[in-house]
Design a protein around this ligand. Structure first.
Ligand code: 5GP
Ligand code: MG
Length: 460
């Protein structure tokens, strides 16, 4: 397994005027994909200049530094916070000097054979500054460029060495490339914007720039993007697909469309299927905001049960999921969400969330609802039980953290104190997303990894 995790967001723009401000706006729109660090690289006619830092986009890229970035082509990145990967050195884009000029890369995903590749290159005498697989990607592309001086061929050769998840925005001097790994784990799409073209992790950023969605970058494709158009270099052979189901369930914004499936629509379908698979006699359906909202709307619609926003979320509270200690996570959850007493008191309530990982959130929220006078509390979950770690970029770490590895479903119900608990089935989830199961990565729910993982079983 690689070092730092990279379920992040990437963007790239080529246009007929300065792109830094548009890149900044796009990064703000995909901020949910990463809050730990952010950065922008632009080619200014002579060199690639990079501004990056820790924190949210507006902190990491101060306005005065943004104003120094002059260039009509550039890339950007937001990085997802996980433990053990903090620090400026891991902020992206990563920019280096090479024999052919400058190279900058923004990466979303995790290269699963990173450690063995790095070991191989270290033995050949190469050195590494970071624990990041993104640095390896730079080195691979640069190595092939030194031989062929052909950007597309070099990226293709680098792809041949790498396994795992990578959606990339690559800047080679003034040339911009989008790259999506052959499995298509993470999303990546192309849009037409004012004066040029853009690539982005999520289509909603194209909408925000008042652009027009053009197409998804298909798994295995390299796409060169210029201000006037784009050229696609597809994979030459068939390759299995493994689109991450969690993008639709939790990670992406509801207003994004990934590979032809709108995230909001998929979540609503999940809710509808949940209503079919796990019905219950309740007075109202409530989401756990914000991540369970669309699932709950779908459930309420399908079941014909009133929908209420019975939890108020403190929008200024930070993220609880990533706090390092259980006590801290519990304390944080219990002040982040407060029930509306008049809505829940005396009622039989169904609450819906996208996923249960450790069980922290629901344990606390169910007991809050009881304290607020709820008569019954039923829980429905928009993903199957999470039982296996993600090696492709989502922050799901070790098996023993998953509550579903310690208890049966009824045991989990008891742990969180609910009257009933139902998860969507794997088949139901697959139906909601609308791809064949074989074209999705469901590894966190069934332990079947699409690529070889040291010490894990694998699917192909
Ligand atoms: P739990 O409290 O059971 O450990 O985690 C489940 C909650 O965390 C859900 O509300 C879900 O939306 C959220 N969640 C699930 N996976 C992730 C993740 O990878 N990162 C973050 N920040 N939250 C997550
Ligand atoms: Mg949540």
């Amino acid at each position: 397994m690689s070092g730092p995790k990279h379920s992040c967001g990437v963007v790239g723009i080529a246009a007929d005027s300065d792109v830094a401000n548009a890149l900044y706006t796009a990064l703000m729109i995909i901020q949910h994909r990463g809050q730990e660090s952010a950065g922008i690289s632009v080619y200014d006619g002579a060199a690639i200049e990079t501004v990056k830092g820790d924190g949210l986009v507006d902190v990491a890229i101060p306005k005065d530094k943004l104003a120094t970035l002059d260039g009509k082509v550039g890339i950007g990145h937001v990085r997802y916070a996980t433990t053990g990967s903090k620090g400026y050195i891991n902020a992206q884009p990563l920019t280096v000097k090479t024999a052919f000029g400058m190279l900058s890369v923004a990466h979303n995903g995790d290269v699963t054979n990173y450690l063995s590749l790095r070991e191989k290159y270290m033995r050949e005498g190469r050195t590494f500054l970071t624990d990041s697989d993104s640095e390896l990607i730079l080195k691979l592309i640069s190595k092939h460029m030194a031989v062929t001086d052909d950007p597309v061929g070099s990226i293709r050769s680098a792809m041949g060495e790498m396994d795992g998840a990578y959606s990339l925005a690559v800047l080679m001097n003034d040339r911009l490339f989008a790259v999506r790994d052959p499995y298509g784990f993470r999303p990546l799409c192309l849009g037409k914007v004012y004066g040029g073209y853009m690539i982005c992790s999520e289509s909603t950023a194209i909408d925000a720039l008042k652009g027009e969605f053009v197409r998804d970058i298909e798994p295995g494709e390299i796409c060169e993007v210029t201000k006037d158009g784009y050229k696609v270099y597809p994979m030459e052979r068939d390759h299995p697909r493994a689109r991450c189901m969690f993008e639709w369930v939790y990670f992406a914004r509801p207003d994004s469309v990934i590979d032809g499936r709108e995230v909001y629509d998929v979540r609503r379908s999940i809710g509808k299927i949940l209503a079919r698979e796990c019905p219950a006699d309740v007075d109202l359906v409530m989401p756990i905001p914000d991540s369970g909202r669309a699932h709950a709307i779908g459930y309420a619609l399908a079941a014909g049960i009133p929908y209420e926003e019975g939890f108020m979320k403190n929008r200024f509270a930070g993220r609880t999921f990533i706090l390092p200690e259980q006590k801290m996570r519990e304390a944080a959850v219990s002040t982040k969400m407060i029930p509306i007493k008049s809505t829940v008191s005396g009622k039989r309530i169904m609450i819906i969330d996208d996923s249960i990982v450790r069980g922290t959130t629901l344990k606390i929220l169910v007991s809050m609802l009881r304290d607020a006078g709820a008569k019954e509390v039923h829980v429905r979950i928009g993903s199957p039980p999470i039982v296996a770690p993600c090696y492709y970029g989502v922050d799901m770490k070790t098996r023993d953290q998953f509550i579903a590895n310690h208890y049966s479903i009824d045991g989990i119900r008891e742990q969180i104190g609910a009257d009933s608990l139902g998860y969507i089935s794997i088949e139901g989830l697959v139906e909601a997303i609308g791809f064949k199961a074989d074209d999705l990565c469901l590894a966190c729910t069934n332990g079947k990894y699409p690529t070889r993982i040291e010490g894990e079983e694998y699917r192909f």
